[in-house]
Design a protein around this ligand. Structure first.
Ligand code: FEO
Length: 392
């Protein structure tokens, strides 16, 4: 794709990765993604903002064909989907310097072998004038690694935000046209990589609050000409309370746990609690992550296998522990054949979650009156707990 003009002397460059379906060999990308780079041309100097994933380097280099010189390559984040083609750019433009945080410099040296003399490290708040275009660098750690920063283009009031506010969507739309689609993709991205660092993200949001932002230009997905849409969404995900909602990831082998899940879902609905259930044998873990962003309670459903929770339930617990949702309560339901340590093992997998554990419901074989009664009681307890916590 050819460069696309955003403002006078500001262009989108980069690559749209329509076919990519997995990130970090872990994160599903149902809609592909894009690697957005930007060219900012001042009267005296020119800057390239980020680069692209290395397999797509040729696309960026062909977009740079007519560009006589690059003085600065702004590297917001050392992860290779944005930085990986910087060595190609540096070979093409031998006078170019890489602008990054000092931490970013160390990471880029480690990950890409860029030589010390090619760097121009910047401090928080530092500016680089290009001639009629001024780049201001704002450190924003943990969006998504510790070294990250964003760039504010003062004259045009554009915030180049890299992963921050990004969405994994491959689209020919330069700007957001379908807010519902972008909302879900951006929430998925936030849940998967930023939610664990919520407290720092809150500080970053407050830090950029002080800037008048006319447009947010992330490094994944479409640009936001109306930034309030994504800023308000982030404020809600980061600072808002969880909802009157139960997320119920489960796995069932012979239908006993499934019967308990179905019964509990019905009972929760009677209590006017929203429920999202996910069969871990077939679910997209990104969908689960999206729903963990604002769940008030998590209930894990699992059979006991060789004395332990089913490995897929262990995986879900491990994932929840890693991404640290703001849920306030958790419980476990499921079946067993002859005994085991399902509850103890799962509880040991979630030390990061600040949750109150509600009485688990485990039954031998198919659920019977006793288990159904306990599931009704669990639904009532969740309702009462949500009320107490102000979620209803
Ligand atoms: Fe899009 Fe953390 O890289």
């Amino acid at each position: 794709m050819k460069p696309r003009k955003i403002k006078d002397n500001v262009y989108w460059m980069g690559a749209i990765d329509w076919d990519r379906r997995l990130f970090d060999s872990l994160i599903p990308l149902p809609d592909g993604t894009s690697y957005n780079a930007y060219l900012v041309e001042g009267k005296e100097r020119t800057a390239l903002v980020d680069s692209v994933n290395p397999p797509m380097a040729d696309e960026l280099l062909s977009q740079l064909e007519g560009v006589p010189k690059i003085d600065y390559v702004i590297s917001h984040h050392a992860e290779q989907d944005h930085s990986g083609s910087i060595p190609h750019v540096l070979r093409k433009f031998p006078e170019a310097k890489v602008v990054s945080t000092p931490q970013g410099k160390d990471m880029l040296k480690d990950l890409l072998g860029i030589a010390e003399e090619r760097f121009h490290p910047v401090k928080d708040g530092e500016t680089i004038p290009l001639g009629g275009k001024t780049l201001k660098f704002i450190t924003t750690p943990w969006v998504h690694w510790p070294e990250t920063m964003v760039t504010y283009l003062e004259e045009d009031k554009i915030l180049f935000s890299c992963d921050f506010f990004g969405s994994h969507i491959a689209t020919s739309d330069l700007y957001v046209t379908d807010e519902g689609r972008v909302y879900e993709a951006a929430k998925r991205y936030y849940a998967e990589i930023m939610m664990p660092f919520r407290n720092v993200i809150e500080k970053n949001l407050k830090k950029i609050d002080g800037y008048e932002i006319a447009m947010i230009a992330p490094s994944h997905g479409p640009l936001y000409p109306l930034p309030s849409f994504i800023l308000e969404a982030y404020r809600d995900w980061v600072m808002g309370p969880p909802r009157n909602k139960v997320v119920l990831p489960y796995v069932s082998m012979h239908n006993s746990t499934k019967k308990m899940v179905d019964y509990l879902v019905s009972s929760l609905v009677e209590q006017e609690i929203m429920v999202e259930q996910f069969n871990l044998a077939v679910t997209d873990i990104g969908k689960l992550a999206i729903n963990l962003v604002d769940a008030g309670t998590i209930v894990l459903g699992t059979p006991t296998v060789l004395g332990n929770p089913h490995p897929l339930a262990g995986y879900a617990a491990f994932l929840a522990n890693a991404i640290r949702p703001k849920a306030k309560f958790i419980s476990i339901i499921g079946s067993y054949g002859w005994g085991g340590k399902t509850v103890e093992v799962l509880a040991g997998l979630i030390p990061n979650l600040k949750v109150e554990v509600l009485e688990p419901v485990l039954g031998k074989g198919l659920p019977k009156e006793k288990e159904f009664g306990a599931l009704d009681k669990l639904a009532e307890t969740i309702k009462a707990k949500h009320k107490e916590a102000g979620l209803v």
